[in-house]
Every structure is written in C-alpha cells, then in structure tokens.
Design a protein around this ligand. Sequence first.
Ligand code: BJW
Ligand code: ZN
Length: 256
Amino acid sequence: MLETLADRLRRARRVTVLTGAGVSAASGVPTFRGAGGLWRSFRAEDLATPEAFERDPALVWEWYEWRRAAIAACSPNAAHDVLARWTRDSVDCTVITQNVDDLHLRAGTERLVRLHGSIWQLACWHRCGVESWRDERVPLAERPARCPACGGLARPGVVWFGESLSPADMNAASNACACDVFIAVGTSAVVYPAAGLIQQARTRGAFTAEINVEATAASSAVDLAVQGGAETVLPTLADYLDLGNRGRSTEAGRSS
Ligand code: BJW
Ligand code: ZN
C-alpha cells in the first residue's frame, strides 16, 4: 500500500500535504477530537469563537495561555522533519496546515500555508489598524493581553469558528490543489473550508491519500487510506522514496 503511494510520489511533479492536529500528536500537542482531544474537555463555543471572546476575554486568554505553555514544551517529530525535507528538496511540495503550533516552521518547512493562524501571533481585537505581532513570552506580560497601539484588547492570532480564513491563504491553498498527489495527514477532515481541499484536489485530477490512525470523514473519498501514525508512516514512506531514488541514480550511473 505504501509502495503505491511512494510510486505516485516518485512520479509526481507537484505534491501537496494537508496536515491536522494528528501530525503534532506524537510531539505531545493535544488533538481536538477523539480520545484525549481538547473538545472532549472544553466546549468550542465557550473558547474558540468571537462570541466567546466578546463574552469573557479573560477566560479565553486563560485557555490559550495554558495551551501556549503546553506547546512551548513540545518539539517537532519525525513527521514534521520528513515534510520539511520534502519542501526543501527538489520535489515541488507545499504543506497546508490547520495547526496553530509552529512545529512545521521549527522543523524548517519552506512552502507552508497556515490556514488557521498561529497561537504565537497576537492581533488587535478592535482592528485599530496595527499589524498583528508575535509574542512568545509564556506567560503573557499582561492578561488579557493589550494592543500596543490602541491599548484595547488583543486576541490570539488564530481563526475561530465562524471567522473567515485569510483570502491570501485560501488562495494559496486552492492553487496548491492543482497537484499530482495530495495527502491529508492527521486530520479528522470535518472542519471546512480546509476539509474541502481534499475533494478540490481530487476533482482537479490529483491522486489523493490519507494517513491517519483511524478512519475519518475523508477515508472513503480518497484513493488510498493508510492507517498508522504520521510519525512512523511518513519516515517509512520517505525511506521508500530514498531507496527508489538511489536505485534510479545507480541505473543512470550504469547506463552512462
Ligand atoms: C493521528 C495521530 C497520529 C491522532 N498520526 N493521525 C455549522 C455551524 C457553524 C459553522 C459551520 C457549520 N457548518 C460548517 C461550518 C463552518 C465551520 C466548520 O467547518 N464547522 C464544522 C466543525 C461543522 N468552519 C468555520 O467556521 C471556518 N470558517 C468559515 O467557514 O468561514 C466562513 C463562514 C463564516 C461564518 C459562518 C459560516 C462560515 C473556520 C474554522 C476554524 C477552525 N478553528 C479551529 C481552532 C483554531 C484555533 C485554536 O487552535 O484554538 O481549528 S477548530 C480546530 O479544528 C482547529 C483545527 O485546526 C481544526 C481541524 O482539526 P484537525 O486538525 O482535523 O484535528 P482533529 O482533532 O479534529 O483530528 C485529529 C486527527 O488526527 C484525528 O483524525 C486522529 O485520528 C488523528 N491522529 N494521532 C496520524 N499520531
Ligand atoms: Zn489596537
């Protein structure tokens, strides 16, 4: 099964990978849904919507501060490393992530679209015109955080339910759907518009695959569903590719 995917990747000119929380699970970052997921213990409506922030900014910030501290203690795993290498190597590979941790960046990923923002980025709640800014201090100097320009409330630079994604990021993600192979890794594929990218890629002729520890909303719609942890499947896949490439270069050496 992995050989089929490796073969597709070997022949692909353009590869796109959509990642979700499962990619960071082996690093210790909690997922949202499923066993141990954040939405098992917290209600999204109370913490991840503009209405929740309007109602109780201190509570929302308390939750994000707790998550920022947890993520600060995590490091990229083997799945992040493989994807980062693919974006740096010769193959034209783009990673579209729904994750707000910065583990793809810390692994050195180059062509990266961050659809749901960054937990380390802050923005003015009142949209006073100031650019969003990065703040990695844990804990924040002031809680709730304040905008340095207008002194009003600052919010986490993430995309909450009911909020639109950045048009530039959506555009980049849609463009990346014009690819030969599209792989969804570690996402439950239930949150839109991100989940819709899988179908978009398929409609545009891509070979679609999923890597996940369990069946998801996308499993029956993709060409190939691989069951397993991203941190083990991606390195195995990379080994297949490296072996294949080595074989090819040996053959080329022999024929010259
Ligand atoms: C492993 C593994 C291992 C584990 N290896 N795998 C009805 C009502 C209201 C809204 C809607 C509605 N219907 C549709 C909508 C729109 C809504 C939506 O999609 N809702 C659905 C949930 C129903 N979408 C939006 O609101 C989006 N905006 C939008 O559509 O704008 C237009 C609009 C405007 C106004 C009204 C309506 C539309 C915005 C979505 C923003 C999502 N935000 C969050 C929080 C980000 C900030 C934060 O982190 O706090 O993004 S929610 C959360 O879900 C987070 C994630 O990025 C996102 C996706 O989750 P993901 O990554 O798939 O994680 P999980 O936990 O779900 O799955 C993990 C997977 O990993 C599992 O499958 C495991 O099996 C697997 N796994 N270990 C491989 N080792
Ligand atoms: Zn401001």
